[in-house]
Design a protein around this ligand. Structure first.
Ligand SMILES: [Mg+2]
Length: 266
């Protein structure tokens, strides 16, 4: 795992705005995402993390179980509108961009080349530049951002959101009006990408960090979010998440206490 200063500093930002760590929806893996429903709701592009979201960490190939879901995603949004943003492949640690080339080849989508790691604002700028360069540019609020890490993927998605404005009558496209009135927003009063957290792991990695992240999320859910925000998240979960897939899937993440109990109870 590369040294990630923007990721290390992210908890400082959480002191000011703890809601940044809250995903819009939570899934076990991308098979639970209803891509057709997302498209119907106005989402036109997707940003995916790589390690432990689409591939086993440090591997270039898609996890076989995700083949159908990945194909459906690319067919729904169009391959050019799906972008992999990884803190390994395509980052400054990917010397010669060899890993980015391999991932792009195996996953059949573009891999963002970026010099600053997620969740930095420089990385966000690179993502915006990519989607703005498409034949039909995709705005932040038309994006779905998917990843397995709260302190990088989810914080980055939420940093892209801005305050919703009142609908300006008589101007703008239907999509624009929908975003402005707040039908298609990640949290009430905000306009931005839908932040999707994949909580299942294809390989156990960084478990202590993940336990801390989960603890932060639980704390914010319990002490910071209001009833309106909780109800909104439930409605998003209902709209865009399909039932849990078959047993074959990512490793269920267990807490340290449970693992300790299982070790001594054998
Ligand atoms: Mg990851």
């Amino acid at each position: 795992m590369p040294f990630n200063l923007p990721g290390i500093l992210a908890p400082v930002h959480l002191i000011i705005n703890p809601r940044l760590v809250v995903p819009s929806v939570v899934v076990k893996d991308i098979r639970q995402l209803d891509f057709q429903a997302l498209y119907k709701a106005g989402y036109r592009g997707a940003v995916f993390d790589k390690d432990n979201c689409l591939t086993v960490p440090h591997e270039d190939r898609l996890v076989p179980e995700l083949t159908d879901a990945w194909r459906e995603c690319r067919e729904t949004f169009g391959p050019g509108n799906v972008l992999v943003v990884s803190n390994t492949a395509g980052s400054h640690t990917d010397v010669g961009e060899i890993e980015a080339e391999a991932v792009s080849h195996h996953l059949c989508v573009s891999v963002l080349r970026h010099s600053s790691l997620k969740p930095s604002y420089a990385c966000i700028k690179s993502i915006r530049a990519y989607f703005a360069s498409l034949p039909r540019p995709v705005r932040d609020e038309e994006l779905v951002v998917v990843g397995d890490r709260l302190l990088t993927d989810v914080i980055m998605a939420n940093r892209m959101a801005r305050k919703a404005r009142r609908q300006e009558s008589g101007s703008g496209s239907e999509d624009e009006k929908r975003a402005l009135v707040g039908e298609n927003v990640p949290t009430p009063g905000r306009v931005g990408p839908l932040a999707v957290w994949t909580e299942g792991l294809w390989k156990r990695e960084g478990l202590l960090l993940r336990t801390i992240e989960k603890g932060m999320l639980r704390g914010v859910e319990r002490w910071v979010l209001g009833p309106q925000e909780k109800a909104w998240r439930e409605s998003l979960q209902h709209r865009f998440v399909k039932p849990v897939p078959a047993e074959v899937g990512p490793v269920k993440e267990r807490g340290w206490a449970r693992r300790l109990w299982e070790r001594f109870s054998k």
